[in-house]
Design a protein around this ligand. Structure first.
Ligand code: MEV
Length: 326
């Protein structure tokens, strides 16, 4: 009766460093997480009882936002899970958007804030990059300084993240998915341990932040050679932080000679690489030969959306009261 839908994302520059408040750039991709919502006797996800063990993001969002009649959620996704492409952010955004709609509180900024709170609570440490990108669509720049096209500012701990709209660049990108899961909290924790005990790690985080600013300039001037070189450098800096892996590097080796640049995207460890290329078919084939799952992606403008598919069924939630929290 209600369908919420949110896009995947890829981080072009700045993952991990953005957790420490440094700049980062992310783009929305034309793959989506769709979440259908309907009234039910008990809260479920894909037929299984809603539980913290199996459905952490939906459960957290449900606990925070919903006091009305029980909801059954059904997921349909074209984003591989734990692939570094923001499937959990897209799920959080869709779940939050559906419940905000039913509460009568839906706005882009509310989705971004609440979905970030869900990720932050579930993952322990997180930046709003994935959730803001999935909410807003297009592309975003997150930075400690507020500039033109500011969408919203999110604060947590000592960090200030100013989230800016960026027109989505037209880039030919190929994703190479390693089939090995990328577990964000594990990778974020690993970097945090290194950051806490090593000045070199802290300098590397600073270098990634400066590189993301150069990346923004290169994107504005549509300089593909420069963007590609910065992607390669970003990957090298992420290697220093210890978040690449044999599987990721194997796919980079395959795609590199056919691309302007390649890097892991997201938390790393497993997950995916992205390759900026004018030869997407050849890159896809090279990735496939090395055992990865390739797909060409385009950027999308469409962020989180909510569509009512059966207005009559909605009445059970909306009347006599949508379960709003005061
Ligand atoms: C995960 O997609 C990106 C990280 O920077 C974590 C975060 O920003 O929350 C690794």
């Amino acid at each position: 009766m209600l369908e919420a839908s949110s896009p995947a994302k890829a981080i072009l520059f700045g993952e991990h460093a953005v957790v420490y408040g440094k700049p980062a750039i992310a783009i929305s991709l034309d793959r989506r997480m769709n979440l259908t919502v309907f009234p039910a006797g008990e809260a479920t996800v894909d037929g299984g009882r809603l539980s913290m063990r199996k459905h952490r993001y939906v459960k957290k969002a449900y606990g925070e936002l919903w006091e009305g009649p029980a909801i059954a959620f059904r997921t349909r996704s074209s984003i591989p899970s734990a692939s570094g492409l923001g499937s959990s952010a897209a799920l959080s955004c869709s779940a939050v958007a559906a419940m905000l709609f039913l509460r009568g509180d839906l706005s882009e900024e509310n989705i971004a804030r609440k979905a970030f709170e869900v990720e932050y609570a579930v993952q322990g440490r997180a930046s709003p990059t994935d959730t803001s990108c999935s909410t807003h669509g297009n592309a975003i720049m997150v930075s400690p300084l507020a500039g033109d096209d500011l969408l919203w500012t999110i604060l947590a701990g000592e960090n200030v993240w100013n989230v800016h709209h960026v027109d989505p660049p037209e880039l030919k990108l190929v994703v190479g998915y390693t089939k090995k899961p990328s577990i964000t909290p594990i990778q974020v924790e690993k970097v945090r341990n290194y950051y806490n005990r090593s000045g070199f790690a802290r300098e590397t985080i600073d270098d990634i932040g400066s590189l993301a600013l150069d990346g923004m300039k290169a994107l504005r001037s549509r300089d593909l050679v420069e963007i590609g070189e910065l992607m390669d450098r970003n990957h090298s800096l992420l290697t220093i932080l210890g978040v690449t892996s044999r599987e990721l590097d194997k796919l980079r080796d395959a795609a590199g000679p056919l691309s302007y640049g390649t890097k892991l995207t997201g938390a790393g460890g497993g997950g995916s690489i992205i390759a900026l290329t004018e030869r997407p078919d050849e890159v896809c084939e090279a990735i496939r030969v090395r055992g990865g799952v390739p797909f060409s992606v385009s950027t999308t403008r469409k962020g989180t959306s909510v569509e009512v598919t059966d207005r009559n069924a909605l009445d059970i939630f909306i009347k006599p009261g949508p379960g709003k929290k005061d």
